[in-house]
Write a protein that binds this ligand. Structure first.
Ligand SMILES: *Cc1c(COP(=O)(O)O)cnc(C)c1O
Length: 223
């Protein structure tokens, strides 16, 4: 087995059954993705629209591509024809553009709302109130070609495990509130995307259903 395949199966085997692994392949070549694919993995995450658009035709059709990075509205069109899940919706305007591009491609695109949980300025995302306002808006309710499948969050970049756990735990309870308030009978609203290489174990303990792991599978990225 390749090193990539080794690391992948170690992580996969450690996850509970209800948690799926998004192998984050950004900045890694298609050969690396192919290795993970050949080891049986099918869910990959990318964070740049044009990088994903370039890789997509070079790799097998049955890959489930997740978009996880900050997405500019003018780049939605590059990934709309094939993306399986967008984790990073951080404004109504972006969601409206995803809906417009989904319609153009005659499909429905599942999306997660990205929630700002880190106690630091740098991360993108909606705060709790912005998220509620979005879901209450007439503009959101009129959208036909997107499905809100859950929430995503990124914890602070810190070694303080207590802090990280607190942030994931707040995200999970907000998820439960939103589910109750807006999606009580909606089977599609079920994903909580939380956890990266350094904190996915904590995230899973705090209710994550989708972990996004890059460097722990593919090694360090070369920017
Ligand atoms: C790059 C990235 C990851 C993966 O990061 P690692 O620390 O390499 O696991 C996860 N989520 C998002 C949003 C990212 O941009």
């Amino acid at each position: 087995m390749s090193e990539t395949a080794d690391r992948l199966s170690l992580i996969k085997n450690s996850l509970p059954e209800n948690v799926r692994l998004v192998a984050v392949s950004k900045f890694h070549p298609v050969e690396a993705i192919k290795e993970a694919y050949d080891a049986g993995h099918r869910i990959f995450g990318e964070s740049k629209a044009q990088e994903l658009q370039a890789k997509y035709p070079l790799l097998p059709e049955d890959i489930e591509w997740h978009f996880i990075g900050h997405l500019q509205t003018n780049k939605v069109k590059y990934i709309a024809p094939f993306v399986s899940l967008i984790h990073s919706i951080d404004s109504l305007r972006l969601l409206q553009e995803v809906d417009r591009q989904a319609l153009k491609n005659n499909r429905n695109i599942p999306c997660l709302l990205q929630i700002h949980i880190a106690e630091e300025e740098s991360k993108f995302g909606l705060d709790f109130e912005e998220c509620r306002n979005l879901l209450q808006s007439a503009e959101y309710r009129s959208l036909k070609n997107v499905t809100i499948a859950g929430l995503m969050g990124m914890a602070s970049n810190t070694d303080d495990k207590g802090q990280i756990r607190k942030e994931f735990s707040r995200l999970h309870s907000f998820f439960n509130d939103v589910k109750k308030e807006f999606f009580p009978n909606d089977p599609f609203f079920k994903e909580l995307s939380a956890g990266m290489s350094d904190d996915y174990v904590l995230a899973v303990e705090e209710g994550s259903t989708l972990v996004r792991v890059g460097s722990r599978i593919f090694g360090q990225r070369e920017y």
